[in-house]
Design a protein around this ligand. Sequence first.
Ligand SMILES: Cc1cc2nc3c(=O)[nH]c(=O)nc-3n(C[C@H](O)[C@H](O)[C@H](O)COP(=O)(O)O)c2cc1C
Length: 308
Amino acid sequence: MSLPQSIRNRLKLPAIAAPMFLVSGPELVIATCKSGVIGSFPAMNARTSAEFADWMKQIEAATGPETAPYAVNFPLSRMKGGGLDAYLEICRDYKTPIIITSVGSPKAIVPIVHDWGGLVFHDVTTVHHAKKAADAGADGLILVCAGAGGHGGAATPFALVEQVRSFFDGTIIVAGAISTGRAIRAAEILGADLAYLGTRFIATTEAMAEDAYKDMILSEETSDIVYTNAISGLPANFMRSSLETVGLDADNLPEPHGPFQPNLPGGITAWKSVWSAGQGVGLIDHSPTTAELVDQLISEYQAARETL
Ligand SMILES: Cc1cc2nc3c(=O)[nH]c(=O)nc-3n(C[C@H](O)[C@H](O)[C@H](O)COP(=O)(O)O)c2cc1C
């Protein structure tokens, strides 16, 4: 098992609050890190590199050795030509501890991040892509399994974690409907170093999601999560009520034109007007502050450690 001890020592819980488009911003990252869990956000949530620089300044001022570290997420191939270099320069200035990459190979970014002493964790959904990312030098592999919010995979963690551990000595992070401290402990028992929780943080006070989105997280059940490539152009999980609110028939969605090329009526866009969540919604029934949520997860985790 391998999570650098320098990082583990700064955590109260072996977990990352996962980056979420239009949901995670500096307030959530800071509250998460202060609670003892790794906080993260997609760089693209900041609309310009100037706004990104401002967010980084706020996060750097509020975090440090006494808090958990933070991570910045780059969807690599989507940001090519879209300012990736400018955003990375800002990360270099601050020696951002962890860069989370998705959509594309991390090969080019790994030496850049290692140069300032940072780690690269890369999102994968299959053993094949896990091998490729390991060969590209990623320090950590995020196994995005079935039921995860956003672009969830189709494999169960029971299949993925042990196969990946058989060839990868780095940090293994597992995602997919993890919503309780007991589930975080279960991820460790399976062989992961860290659990990756997205949906569980959407309804927190500090998340940037609008109130109606947070309310829907509380009211939707696991069976309301629709796994479809119709909304973003790649398979992803969305809430049935959200699809219906914009007038879509959740059981008869239009075929996309191709990857990242949905075929939706005008004005309907993934993430913005159609809201994503993972199957963990069935376990979420209140909107706590991040500190309250992490306290709850820590006590559930500790109770599970006594028996598991
Ligand atoms: C609303 C939403 C937006 C997301 N946006 C991103 C993103 O911008 N980049 C990314 O790497 N993953 C994104 N994800 C995936 C999460 O980082 C994470 O893999 C997932 O939420 C974990 O599964 P869980 O939601 O079941 O806990 C998003 C997930 C959600 C729910």
